[in-house]
Ligand binder design. Sequence first.
Ligand code: FES
Length: 468
Amino acid sequence: MTTFDGLDSERREQWTAAFGAHGAAQCGFCTPGIVARLEGLAMSGRPVDRTHIDRALAAHLCRCTGWQGIVEAAEEVLDVSGVRSGPTADRDTDAASRRATIEGRTPQVVAPEVIGGRGGFVDDSAPRDALIAVPADDGWAVGETLGRARAAAGKVQGRRTSREARPPLEIPEGAWAVRLATSWVEPAYLEPDAAWCLPGAEPVLGPGNGGDFGAKTGSPLRESLAAAARRLADEYGRAVRVLPGREDVVRRGPKRPPLAVGVDSHGRGVLRIASGPGVAGTAARVASDLGLDLDIEVVDIPGPPVSTSVRAAVWAELVMVSAALSTPGSAVTEVTHPEGGGARVWLKPEGREDGCPSIEIEMACGEILDSVVARSYAVGAAHMAFGWITSESLSVDHQGEIHDLTIRSFGVPRASDTPPMTVTLVDSDGPPVNGSDAVFAAVATALWRSLGFPPWLPSPPGGRSTPG
Ligand code: FES
């Protein structure tokens, strides 16, 4: 097995330069594995073309970048495209990191070492002789190794289901002009939440980034892991690494609140939304800002926790409803975020051979700071919107139990499923502001419109018209 670090230094530099030049890494958690896989493709003797690159990438998931930069970097290094990135030595990495932080809404670093997998992930900094703790039914199971801790917990990680996901809330009765019900969706950041602690010390938590819909930053799971690491380190008198598995993160990490809304042609209607901290206030404020007169019903539903810190939660949904009312046939979707960022999005029918349109994006984000990073976040946001509208959901039963517990089961689009995208950045002297939330909402609106405003999401192109 050859890892990224096992490649010779010249080849590592080549991959690093190409990934940097194409904005192909954000958090960097997926990157070394993807590079190793692509290098394996180069060594395999198989044809190196877009089809085989897509096939190689099918074994991976990148939640941040929307794949396009990765494919471009692969085509460059594997000599498919015939292009060569220019030198990046004079790049202002402080400005690039600032743009990444604004778009990710959490501190992010743009640097070559991130591409090599050294993005500051929490468990990388933990003492190797630490005990390991994993969640168990009655608290925490602790062992000298991950295998022993998991054996003590008596858990087998990873399940998925063929049980279909469906929106958990019914659209209120009424003669509505626009109806929309959304499903549970997993943020799916790649680095699972984790923490470690030395006895008597402060717990160490990882970065808040990770290509998610924003949920990692405000997750109550982080606080509970930090508290557990501190308590266990004090109890055992040794360093303890607290390492929940993917299914623990899926069960306990917050999601964007599912909602069901009906609105008449005057913008009056009823919004049902899953209850959670700040949900009612956010829904009321967003509805008012968008000129919607909604009766808001906050509903306790069995299921995972919800958070309004998930990317554009509630705002994007009501932007879509508002656009469906006011500009149902518009070819171009224009969205302005309350913070000042903006996006114009339209779909070009002849995007891909299978009929999938390409997504054309203009993003306004004040002073651009770094065009590669700004573009990367625009594509990443568009990829998230594409997944949210067409394929992503979690199956949650009536008792609130989640049945999709592996990263493969969330419906995140693969490279081969993702439409081509073109990003134009609108230059401005204004202060830098987040642009990718507006891109997310605008792409979601444009895709929803292109599908004929189906009332239930996700709605695959040519797919079902009723839930379940
Ligand atoms: S860069 Fe791929 S998951 Fe973050």
